[in-house]
Design a protein around this ligand. Structure first.
Ligand SMILES: Cc1cc2nc3c(=O)[nH]c(=O)nc-3n(C[C@H](O)[C@H](O)[C@H](O)COP(=O)(O)OP(=O)(O)OC[C@H]3O[C@@H](n4cnc5c(N)ncnc54)[C@H](O)[C@@H]3O)c2cc1C
Length: 363
């Protein structure tokens, strides 16, 4: 699957991403045909049945192409895996088409007034005689208007904290669903992100009241590890671009790579890349265990920061040319910034790490 991802990036992403961006078009058919839409789904549903460590190497490859596209595949795969694991009606209806990429999945947790503080959400679901109905406003919904099935995290009573939080699967085509706001972003114009309005939309229960936050956090841990791996891929591609350029470019009668100041910048970026790979691979091996959340927090905290530093340094190595669209470095800088925030900010990862230090007292 790592080779499939590398081939996909080389053939379908690298030469196309600028055109997707200028057209503002999500490459749905390209994603559907990628063979990468059911990474963690079982093979009897048509998935690849990967474990997390293998899945993460796929995300590193995808990060070499475009981090925003890779993020959309991370989210879709998290939804597909959750639906595949749910059993019953949900798996029956959506499992195979999600794994095959015929349907795309989205995840709606964040709200205009509830980001890091996820337990402050106000979207509310209630069961009527015929099933669940959900109303509220979600923010930062990736694949807004594009995904077919959204996992919506919502409250089911007036209880405080997350004791009443549930997750429902809601279809984009439901008459109670609309996408009134699509954001204008610093990069990745091809990836629609915006607000989702829910007005009595019909939902199918994925995680019953009281289990929703735990289920969401489990999925988010996997997604955070994906993001760390994607950051390592972006970091590697930035470094390769800069080294290739500095080997050829001449200044003052020497190769740019022969200047010690440039060598030190590239050497630091290379050390950080080794550290990033070790961190995300370690975290991938811990996913699902008690040590998973903090291992993932270390990787999610470090890898995007390191990728952003590397993308800035590598752009500097190209001088003025680092700023041109002929090279991917300006895009990498904007997307590394996105990776710092998405699926939980660096500050929230530090909170997880600090709580663990407090709990165990040991480093
Ligand atoms: C590109 C992109 C795609 C996204 N896609 C989705 C999606 O598909 N679905 C979805 O549900 N969400 C999505 N998000 C939302 C994302 O998960 C949130 O943006 C993120 O959790 C942070 O929330 P916020 O932006 O509201 O920041 P806030 O929570 O408002 O935080 C503002 C600042 O305060 C800091 N802060 C907050 N609390 C603390 C604290 N306790 N201690 C220290 N500092 C703190 C934060 O780190 C941040 O720097 C996406 C975000 C981005 C950028």
């Amino acid at each position: 699957m790592q080779a499939v991802a590398a081939d996909f990036v080389r053939r379908e992403v690298v030469g196309a991403v600028d055109a997707w961006d200028s057209e503002g078009r999500y490459p749905r058919s390209v994603v559907a045909a990628s063979g990468l839409t059911g990474l963690f789904c079982p093979t009897d549903l048509g998935g690849a049945g990967l474990g997390y460590p293998d899945g993460m190497t796929v995300f590193e490859e995808l990060g070499r192409g475009d981090a925003a596209l890779a993020f959309s595949l991370s989210m879709h795969n998290a939804v597909a895996a959750a639906v595949a694991g749910a059993g019953g009606e949900l798996t029956e209806r959506y499992g195979k088409p999600l794994a095959a990429g015929e349907l795309l999945g989205g995840f709606s947790l964040t709200e205009p007034a509830a980001g890091s503080d996820a337990a402050a959400i106000t979207t509310r679901a209630a069961a009527d005689g015929t099933g669940w109905r959900v109303s509220g406003r979600k923010a930062w919904v990736s694949l807004a208007g594009e995904a077919d099935v959204f996992l919506v995290v919502c409250k089911t009573a007036e209880a405080s904290g997350h004791s009443d939080i549930a997750i429902l699967a809601v279809e984009r085509a439901d008459p109670g669903v609309s996408f009134p706001v699509i954001y204008r972003k610093a990069a990745a114009a091809f990836l629609p992100i915006g607000e989702m309005q829910l007005d009595g939309a019909a939902g199918t229960l994925l995680a019953p009241p009281g289990t929703g936050m735990r289920a969401a956090l489990g999925a988010i841990d996997v997604a955070r590890c994906d993001i760390a791996a994607i950051a390592a891929g972006l970091h590697a591609a930035a470094l390769e671009t800069a080294v290739a350029y500095a080997r050829e470019r001449q200044a003052f009668g020497r190769r740019v790579l022969d200047f010690q100041g440039i060598q030190w910048m590239l050497a630091d970026a290379a050390t950080d890349l080794v550290a990033s790979r070790l961190l995300y691979r370690h975290a991938a091996g811990k996913l699902g265990s008690e040590e998973g959340p903090v291992a993932v927090a270390h990787a999610k905290r470090f890898c995007p920061d390191a990728a952003l530093r590397a993308a800035i340094a590598c752009s500097e190595v190209l001088g003025a040319y680092g700023w041109l669209r002929d090279h991917p470095l300006a895009r990498f800088i904007a997307e590394a910034k996105m990776l710092q925030v998405v699926d939980g900010t660096a500050e929230i990862q530090r909170l997880v790490i600090a709580r663990d230090l407090d709990r165990s007292g040991a480093a």
